[in-house]
Design a protein around this ligand. Structure first.
Ligand code: CA
Length: 356
């Protein structure tokens, strides 16, 4: 096994080689095996289906692909830092890796929200095309650079659900005064529609909904929502997930830690993230439909589509929200310009391909 591994000569090793050159019969130069023991903090409950399992899988793959040179210990939300302090922990250098969602960082990086999901925006395939071929990933990394971290796309939920409601939504007026857990740009849109949005980490959603502290919540989709038992706390399950037509997950690494890697391990990290970005989307596309069947057929969940006038109102507010963000934050302005131009370009192809 060891012979298969690439050896890395550290500066000290090269010095030793030079010093030894006058005494060729001495032992081989000092060789140092590259070895990293990293910690990854996440925003997810321990082993949480989808997101948390994906973080664990990433850690295992990095260890496997690096031949054990990059070992990663994963911490669930609250084990080292709370769910919404993952970015700070990596930024400070307390830990090397964070697994989270860009939608959570509106307070410190306003443009991050646009990489999480844009309400009524692109779906996962088009979003990934923008990241890899449309300049999106470069902008994402530029947006995070001031925090000393490098983001990698590391998974996608695909289109989410609109959420769980304990009363029916039959008109835009039904959103008035609705206390709903919905983070990010979607939350701002709901506020303009008259609702009272709150943000809660995943682990607190069920209790808040069951006790009536909130009237509604969005989380992800049938697979994740079933794992939280949300169907036991509200009966109406609405679609579409206008707020997140694509839900990006991210792995970010501290710049300092990343620079300590050999070029080979940097490449392994990048490719492992690209693989997981695809793999997790495939997993959600598989498990969401089986979970939805169970919710409807076994648990009697009432599936509802938002009425057109509700969606029209939310679409109008969404445009306002993203345009105001773009007008007040220059980085967000550049991101939105790139995002929209790409969405426009791919839509012509999308209309005659998948949508057709
Ligand atoms: Ca969501």
């Amino acid at each position: 096994m060891n012979v298969m591994r690439r050896r890395h000569f550290l500066v000290g090793g090269m010095g030793a080689l030079a010093a030894c050159s006058e005494t060729p019969q001495s032992s081989a130069p000092v060789v140092s095996e590259e070895q990293h023991h990293w910690r990854m903090v996440t925003s997810w409950p321990p082993n949480f289906p989808g997101h948390g399992v994906s973080a664990n899988r990433m850690a295992a793959r990095l260890e496997q692909l690096s031949g054990g040179r990059l070992q990663v210990e994963v911490f669930a939300a609250g084990e080292l830092v709370p769910a919404f302090e993952v970015l700070d922990a990596v930024s400070r250098g307390t830990v090397q890796l964070g697994h989270s969602a860009p939608i959570y960082w509106r307070g410190s990086i306003p443009a991050a929200q646009l990489f999480g999901s844009v309400p009524f925006g692109m779906m996962a395939d088009q979003f990934n095309a923008w990241l890899y071929f449309g300049g999106g990933l470069e902008l994402w990394r530029e947006a995070y650079a001031g925090h000393g971290v490098i983001p990698f796309p590391a998974g996608n939920t695909g289109a989410q659900m609109g959420g769980w409601f304990n009363r029916e939504i039959n008109s835009p007026a039904d959103l008035n005064g609705l206390k709903m857990r919905i983070p990010g740009l979607g939350g701002e849109v709901m506020q303009r529609a008259g609702a009272l949005p709150v943000n809660l980490p995943g682990s607190e959603i069920f209790t808040a909904l069951q006790t009536g502290a909130i009237d509604a919540t969005e989380w992800v989709g049938p697979y994740n929502d079933t794992a939280f038992g949300l169907h036991q706390a509200a009966q109406y399950y609405y679609h579409p997930g206008w707020q997140e037509p694509s839900g990006a997950l991210e792995l970010f690494v501290s710049v300092e830690a990343f620079e300590s890697l050999s070029e080979e391990l940097k490449g392994i990290l990048e490719i492992a993230c690209m693989a997981e970005n695809d793999y997790l989307l495939a997993e959600f596309n598989t498990r969401n439909h089986t979970s939805l069947n169970t919710l409807v057929e076994e648990h009697g969940v009432q599936l509802r589509r938002f009425p057109d006038d509700v969606l029209d109102a939310l679409r109008g507010f969404s445009l306002e929200v993203v345009e105001e963000l773009a007008a007040t934050d220059p980085m967000s302005g550049r991101v939105l310009e790139s995002y929209r131009a790409f969405a426009e370009e791919v839509s012509a192809w999308l209309r005659i391909s998948e949508l057709s």
